[in-house]
Design a protein around this ligand. Structure first.
Ligand code: FE2
Ligand code: FE2
Length: 161
């Protein structure tokens, strides 16, 4: 069974993962609105990734305690360039890494080795999450001055599955 503090914190992270999903879905909608459909696809795939993260927390909490749903915050809806959402995404992933690290610290301080082991998957996953967001930021920066390059990148982002 999960300790009260750990259960509370894991429920908080479940909510944070659902927010991440909603944030990326909102970004996908923004890219649709400016006709960058490949960018929209990239964000939609990221939405699905975050739902996987959320469900993994859901299953772990449900098996070892109690899931208590909370309201999910409404994400931003407008950005002012093709680059902006990805910069926000990169900063967001860095923030999430911090949240995961705090959970690891809590599990360690509570002597909860099982949860500590469970969280290791997320520690590794966050390395990839930060990498893919910062890679995308660099690609967009390199393509931003040319319509042709941006179209090519939109095609590339459209391939993400
Ligand atoms: Fe996540
Ligand atoms: Fe993420």
């Amino acid at each position: 069974m999960l300790g009260e503090k750990m259960e509370e914190a894991l429920n908080g992270q479940l909510n944070a993962e659902l927010y991440s999903a909603y944030l990326y879905l909102s970004m996908s909608a923004y890219y649709h609105s400016i006709n960058l459909f490949g960018f929209a696809n990239w964000m939609r795939v990221q939405w699905a990734e975050e739902l996987k993260h959320a469900l993994k927390f859901f299953d772990y909490i449900a098996e070892n305690g109690r899931v208590l749903p909370r309201p999910v915050e409404v994400p931003p809806r407008e950005w002012d360039s093709a680059l902006a959402p990805f910069e926000v995404a990169y900063a967001h992933e860095q923030k999430v890494t911090g949240l995961i690290n705090s959970l690891v610290e809590l599990a360690t301080s509570q002597g909860d080795e099982v949860t500590r082991d469970f969280l290791q998957w997320y520690v590794d996953e966050q390395v990839e999450e930060e990498e893919s967001a910062s890679e995308a930021v660099e690609k967009i920066k390199a393509a931003a001055d040319s319509t042709e390059e941006l179209d090519r990148l939109d095609q590339e982002f459209g391939q993400r599955k």
